[in-house]
Design a protein around this ligand. Structure first.
Ligand SMILES: *[C@@H]1O[C@H](CO)[C@@H](O)[C@H](O)[C@H]1NC(C)=O
Ligand SMILES: *[C@@H]1O[C@H](CO)[C@@H](O)[C@H](O)[C@H]1NC(C)=O
Ligand SMILES: *[C@@H]1O[C@H](CO)[C@@H](O)[C@H](O)[C@H]1NC(C)=O
Ligand SMILES: *[C@@H]1O[C@H](CO)[C@@H](O)[C@H](O)[C@H]1NC(C)=O
Length: 440
């Protein structure tokens, strides 16, 4: 109970981060985050005691390790992110460390496996070009080297509607409409009703760009402020039809009942899954189904279950964790997943010990022993903190001093510091070298 309470708080912080940085003068938020930091510390201690047993059990259930047999199979995977191109200064450090961790992971990957990094963004900027990312190219065979792929995507807030023709601008590049499969009516509704919601695009890319990722056996849909661990090199979900959802923390008895009632209003089914995270690892088809229904649910929720003052964020976090507009996409995902579990019997499983794991854990055995596949920066100033990193607080640490330290904390720190010190050309060269070693 205590543990799940803390998780609720963590996740809210994650989801509402940009909102909070915007209104940092608000005293309520400051107090809220102080409490959060205290909770986080106790959480780390708590997870030490609790996690190992729970998670090793869980990994056996949901993960298939790279056996000699599987090692020779051609497994195709992609990591999918939305990157807001107009906030390069804020987000590019995260792109760098995600990219760096992706390469680090591939050193341990089978020669026959391919993991692409796919970035949906509004601009093929010079930085992305320097990183060696190719533009608007879908993978077409299993032997091509691993690639960073950029697909030009017009974010929802930029999809203006012509007042005369009532037509909406939908594409960043009108010559590549084939890359997307857009529900135009819904795109208009999303623009009119939830375009100000910050996390809409990271769901919408999955709903709209199925043609770009349906090729893969497995996709990892995630945020930018994450690290791929070496364990990711060795594990895939147990079946091609499975999808693992990461650690979410929004559920309370109140909102679980409320979401159940809303599902009945919508004529949707409702299983009993709670705290469903925003990171998904598994079948592209299942991911696309979830994203598609999540958007419908978000429209319904925004329209019927939140008042204008809530949508305008005037309540801050007053009703958190019971009911909070800042986690609208989580409530939407909750309704979608619970409906699909029953109505289409999709193989969706919670993997809250594998995905969205903490970057502050100092235990050197934790990543390997518990198969942490993916670390996610939470809202914290504890090492490793994305805020402290971006403020330059770690610049005096030499990454080489961390090379033999296998803790999540040291891994995140080393990868982030290295990605900052390396030039974009060096990062691109590392990718090429990995590709060459796989194909020779
Ligand atoms: C795209 O990136 C280029 C170079 O990085 C920049 O000059 C241009 O203004 C950007 N365009 C948009 C629409 O953001
Ligand atoms: C695989 O795709 C790449 C990129 O489209 C292409 O260059 C390469 O020739 C293809 N290989 C095979 C075996 O078809
Ligand atoms: C949800 O849980 C309740 C109580 O544990 C149970 O009675 C009900 O059948 C469950 N519903 C589904 C759809 O699994
Ligand atoms: C590994 O890193 C963790 C966290 O930075 C630290 O607590 C621990 O002392 C380090 N261990 C070694 C052997 O350096």
């Amino acid at each position: 109970m205590f543990k799940s309470k803390i998780r609720e708080i963590d996740n809210c912080a994650d989801e509402s981060m940009p909102l909070n940085t915007l209104s940092h003068k608000n005293l309520k938020f400051i107090v809220f985050f102080l409490i959060l930091v205290i909770f986080l510390c106790s959480y780390v201690v708590f997870s030490f005691i609790n996690n190992s047993f729970e998670s090793s059990k869980q990994s056996n259930l949901y993960l298939r390790p790279r056996s000699p047999n599987l090692g020779s199979a051609f497994v195709q995977r992609a990591i999918l992110i939305f990157y807001p191109s107009n906030q390069e200064q804020h987000y590019f450090p995260e792109i760098r460390w995600l990219y760096r961790s992706w390469i680090e992971m591939m050193k341990d990957e089978s020669r026959n496996w391919r993991t692409d990094l796919i970035i949906y963004t509004g601009n093929y900027s010079s930085s992305l070009q320097q990183l060696g990312c190719v533009l608007n190219e879908i993978r077409s065979n299993s032997t091509e080297q691993p690639q960073c792929r950029v697909f030009l995507y017009l974010r929802l807030s930029a999809r203006e509607i012509d007042t005369r023709t009532e037509k909406q601008r939908l594409f960043a590049n009108v010559h590549r409409k084939d890359l997307f499969d857009i529900n135009i009516q819904r795109s208009i509704l999303l623009y009119k009703n939830v375009k100000k919601y910050d996390y809409i695009d990271s769901v919408n890319i999955i709903a709209e760009s199925y043609p770009t990722y349906k090729y893969y056996n497995f996709i990892l849909k995630t945020d930018i402020d994450v690290f791929i661990t070496k364990q990711f090199a060795k594990f895939i979900p147990v079946t091609n039809a499975a999808l693992l959802v990461g650690l979410g923390g929004y559920s309370t008895p109140f909102n679980t009942r409320r979401l159940g009632r809303i599902a009945r209003d919508m004529n949707w089914q409702h299983a009993n899954m709670t705290n469903i995270g925003s990171t998904w690892y598994g079948s592209p088809y299942v991911a696309q189904r979830i994203a598609d229904l999540t958007l419908d649910a978000m429209l319904h929720l925004s329209d019927n279950e939140f008042a204008q003052v809530e949508r305008d964020r005037k309540l801050g976090v007053l009703l958190w964790p019971d009911w909070h507009y800042g986690v609208l996409s989580m409530y939407g995902t909750h309704l979608a997943v619970n409906h699909l579990l029953v109505s289409e019997k999709l193989g969706i499983k919670r993997a809250n010990q594998l995905l969205d794991q903490s970057t502050t854990d100092p235990d050197p055995n934790n990543i390997e022993k518990n198969n942490r596949l993916h670390l996610h920066c939470w809202h914290t100033n504890k090492e490793f903190s994305k805020f402290e990193f971006k403020a330059g607080k770690y610049n005096n640490i030499h990454p080489r001093t961390l090379i033999h330290n296998t803790s999540a904390q040291a891994y995140a720190m080393r990868i982030a510091l290295e990605s900052r010190l390396m030039t974009l050309d060096e990062l691109a060269q590392r990718l090429k070298n990995i590709g060459t070693s796989k194909t020779k």
